[in-house]
Write a protein that binds this ligand. Sequence first.
Ligand code: MCA
Ligand code: AMP
Length: 519
Amino acid sequence: MTAPNANLFAALRAAFPQDLDAVAVETADPGQPVLTYSWRDLDRATAMMANLLASLKLPAGARIAVQVEKSVEAMLLYLATLRAGYVFLPLNTAYQSAEIEYFIANAEPSVVVCAAKNFGWVSKIAFKAGTKNVFTLNDDRTGSLLERAAHCSDQHTIALKKPDDMAAILYTSGTTGRSKGAMLSHGNLLSNAAMLKDYWGWKPGDVLIHALPIFHVHGLFVALHGALLNGSKMFWLGKFDPKAVIALMPRATVFMGVPTLYVRMLAEPALNRDAVRNMRLFIAGSAPLLIETFTEWQQRTGHTILERYGMSETAMLTSNPYAADARYGGQSERRGGTVGFPLPGVSLRVQDDEGQALPTGEIGGIQVKGPNVFAGYWRMPEKTKEEFTADGWFKTGDVGKVDERGYVTIVGRSKDLIISGGYNVYPAEIEGYINELPGVAESALVGVPHPDFGEVGVAVVTPRPGATPDADAIIAALKSKLANFKIPKRCFVVAELPRNTMGKVQKNLLRDQHKALFT
Ligand code: MCA
Ligand code: AMP
């Protein structure tokens, strides 16, 4: 007997509702015309794009790197890449040329898709790296990708895939050195999506408000797969807008967002019990949800946000319960400040630095195992080895504990990482750029509390002897090199950085010193 097709798209396609003319996606950006796409449109458009990719005669496992503004067509390109059996490589639109150059050189994509306005510099980088095909795709349904796909057939047989075949590469930075590409398989993504469909109680009639970017796990996998696997309609926003999301709520049932989105909606007087009367579930993740936000949301709307925890390397790992969880004595409470229980199929343990398992309630490094955990980093076997224990558990770099009721709490990170508005900023990367600037001896980037983004980066810089580097000039210089969310929100030039007896910079002291800058 032949094995069933493990292509993730095959599972998503099988979940399309019987009525293919029903609305699958409705755009909802304020001030823009409303566009609707039926399930038939999704099927036909992904077939045409998949046929275009197939016509390029790409090698097996070819990477399709995509840096475009969020649009329904960009989402269809992701689905078409799965459908054609290639590997999707999404890139944040904020990345600038030095960042893109690294990703393209490292991943060696066969196809690069970018916005027409960036074609000049992106194609130069891509052609230099040996990429043969560069297409454009704009958020107004124009560009060479769609022009070429328009000539392709709308019939396409979904490419045959095995569970371990790679579906996507998501770049995630390391504590030292450059970004690593986490290789996620069809099996990783489908097992996670299918389990979440069940755990979060997706049901007929659910409607998702999709307001997250689609170049990271949260928007691309958790939200999108959730809706598609349930055959659910999506309201589609190219950019998050708190007023627009609140106005959509009476016609929707599910919303997912990073904490900043909840903070911004709470600032809107229109957010009240009447606005959320039809909503079934609010989910938060990607960064810690402050207990104040959790409580205020409960008071204003009567809804308890369900917080969950995941990573690019693993998709979702833990979640507060949606309903009574029989594995944990039927507990159903969504507890603020915790990230809930390990998801079904996911094993989680807490270890100390010596690799000893820690008892309930004790704080240590969180390690995980499960069908969702990635195979490794693209072309970095050594890095992959470092991140796994000898007995095969993935070291998350998050520090936490499991309480006697089974709830997991994240208390910190052993990795030097700042999460700002749901985006990751790796201090080592930013410090590297600052240290190269004229007049700079060394620098330290620390995360401090911020009312909107949760946490933001602040740079502390020392001058070279005789030099007087200017804080504003440092920020301005970084802006021309790095994605905007990575730019420190403030910069200080000081005589020296605090160090411990081992000579290591004491970032905790700097963090403490600047903790009230924005609050
Ligand atoms: C924008 N800015 C930021 C951020 N976003 N600064 C710090 N952190 C940010 N996240 C700055 C820009 O640099 C700019 O500054 C100014 O804000 C306005 O930029 P704009 O793009 O207009 O901002 P925005 O539209 O208001 O964006 C804020 C946002 C966005 C909507 C919160 O950051 C966002 O969509 N975040 C979600 C990220 C996400 O999906 N993460 C999931 C990762 P200037 O004017 O000075 O240039 S997946 C993940 O983490 C794991 C696996 C998981 O568990 O899900
Ligand atoms: P990424 O590199 O984008 O995959 O980010 C993954 C990291 O985001 C995790 O290792 C955590 O540090 C953090 N994270 C995700 N969800 C949560 C959450 N609910 N609470 C705290 N941290 C989170």
